[in-house]
Design a protein around this ligand. Structure first.
Ligand code: ADP
Length: 497
């Protein structure tokens, strides 16, 4: 298939897996049950390591360690400047251990090592420095009330934050969740995804080396319906943050409501439009649309998975998008120059192949790809469909794989209506040189992010989150602080007004 690199014997990562237990109260410990589960190498399906498997009892242990750390300190009572210094030292350690972190990320997840080492680890370093900068700039207001009262607001940490993250960006999701929570003085119990437990354990160890007090961050590995559900329904968890599928998000919200009404932020699925207008530079648009969909093996909640192309440039766009997909280098993610590694696991691999079959059976034109790549591991050929219609399954469901669906549109009114005609609203891409077209689209699209002539720009300061069924709340930037603070009004009568 194309110029894809041959799948030879997988390269040995050359880093050992040192941390596989649960991190509770500052110590690595076995699960109470003694149970473990295997975490697999998506290049081969072979076992990398056996990892402690948390269930409800371990969640109880982790939550009570966190509770104690919050109620008795020192973390919430430390000066904000001291907290900020811990986060800054952590950022330095992450930078120093880039290679180990990127290696574990690639090994456990399958993403290209160059992407992990050159993009993702530096992004989380920046992320922790960004929130370290916020820690000592959080404060309330003084307000003018009617009557002789001194009125002020205190912005206080919420308490024990439960956090549940997915497998597509294990380190980045870990950072997006814990950095704002810790900067605001909360304590955390985070459950990693069962497919990718390794990198967060390594990073959490570094955070303790940076001076984090015990119990402030507890990391548990385990499965959703057991460990995840126990965390979501725990009576002593004050706040819950979840990233994952929309279906699981609904369960999480229900568990939170049924237990103690803990406040919930959700970052869920998407089916983001990428709109290529008639005035576009076609080569640039093809490249960006390719990146918007294929980045991270197509495993991005904000992937530009509906590529809408204006009819006047449609045929040329298809030819070029197809050629670009054929040129995508697929292979062992530890090799240099590899753009695409394997999908995360067998379930996802089979699900994507099933969607490709729906595409063919539904009448879309398969331009390239459509099958597995090689005979081992979970690699899938970069796949492009043209003549995709709005009512096809591949235009409606989140595929979460390297499958680009290209749709034709006539005018702006038509594409706005169709782009918004989805239950999701996470992101959108707009490609045009006309400022009026850009302004019309950015205001009309119902999505939490609109990227104009760019895509997946995800700086620490830029808020991220969904409209409609793509989520509740915003992460990153100043907005994430709101998720981890509560406001207390303090009212004092003024003597001798
Ligand atoms: P994905 O399709 O990306 O695996 P999920 O929503 O199933 O999405 O998983 C995201 C995270 O949610 C993982 O950490 C997973 O273990 C967790 N999870 C899955 N099911 C549940 C559940 N019923 N309760 C709590 N957490 C869950």
């Amino acid at each position: 298939h194309g110029t894809a690199a041959a799948l030879e014997e997988p390269i040995h990562p050359g880093v050992s897996v040192d941390y596989t237990q649960l991190l509770i109260n500052g110590n690595f410990v076995d699960a109470a049950s003694g149970k473990t589960f295997p975490t697999l190498d998506p290049r081969t399906g072979e076992v990398i390591a056996h990892v402690s498997e948390a269930d409800a009892e371990d969640v109880n242990r982790a939550v009570s360690a966190a509770r104690k750390a919050f109620d008795e300190g020192p973390w919430p009572k430390m000066t904000a400047y001291e907290r900020s210094k811990v986060l800054l030292r952590f950022a330095d350690l992450l930078e120093k251990h880039n290679h180990e972190l990127a290696t574990l990320e690639t090994w456990d997840n399958g993403k290209p090592y160059e992407q992990a080492a050159n993009i993702e680890v530096p992004m989380i370093v920046r992320f922790f420095r960004y929130y370290a900068g916020w820690a000592d700039k959080i404060h309330g207001l003084t307000m003018a009330a009617d009557g002789p009262h001194h009125v002020q607001t205190l912005h206080e940490p919420i308490g024990v934050a439960g956090q549940i993250i997915p497998w597509n960006f294990p380190l980045m999701m870990f950072a997006w969740k814990i950095a704002p929570a810790l900067a605001c003085g909360n304590v955390v119990v985070i459950k990693t995804a069962e497919q990718t437990p390794l990198s967060a354990l390594y990073a959490a160890r570094l955070l303790h080396e940076a001076g984090l007090p015990e119990g402030v961050l507890n990391v548990i590995s385990g499965f959703g319906p057991t460990a995840g559900a126990a965390l979501a329904s725990h009576m002593d968890v004050d706040k819950l943050a979840f990233t994952g599928s929309t279906d699981t998000g609904k369960i999480i919200l229900e568990l939170a409501a049924r237990s103690n009404l803990k406040s919930v932020t959700l970052e869920l699925g998407g089916k983001s439009p990428f709109i290529v207008c008639e005035d576009s530079d076609i080569d640039q648009a093809v490249e960006l649309a390719h990146f918007a969909l294929f980045f991270n093996q197509g495993q991005c909640c904000c992937a530009g998975s509906r590529t809408f192309v204006h009819e006047s440039i449609y045929d040329e766009f298809i030819e070029k998008a197809k050629a670009r997909a054929i040129n995508r280098t697929v292979g062992d993610p530890f090799k240099k120059g590899i753009e695409q590694g394997p999908q995360i696991d067998k379930d996802q691999f089979e699900k994507i192949l099933r969607y490709i079959r729906y595409g063919v059976d539904g009448g879309a034109t398969l331009e390239t790809g459509g099958d597995r790549h090689g005979s081992k591991g979970y690699y899938i050929q970069p796949t492009v469909f043209s003549n995709v219609k709005d009512d096809m399954v591949i235009a409606q469901d989140e595929i979460f794989g390297p499958v680009q669906s290209i749709l034709k549109f006539k005018d702006l009114k038509d594409v706005i209506h169709r782009a918004n005609n989805t239950r999701y609203g996470l992101a959108a891409g707009v490609f045009t040189k006309n400022i009026d077209t850009a302004n019309t689209l950015t205001r009309a699209l119902r999505a939490g992010t609109v990227w104009v002539n760019c895509f997946d720009v995800l700086d620490a300061s830029i808020p991220f989150g969904g409209y409609k069924m793509s989520g509740i709340g915003r992460e990153k930037g100043v907005y994430s602080l709101m998720n981890y603070l509560q406001v207390k009004a303090v009212v004092t009568p003024l003597k001798n007004p």
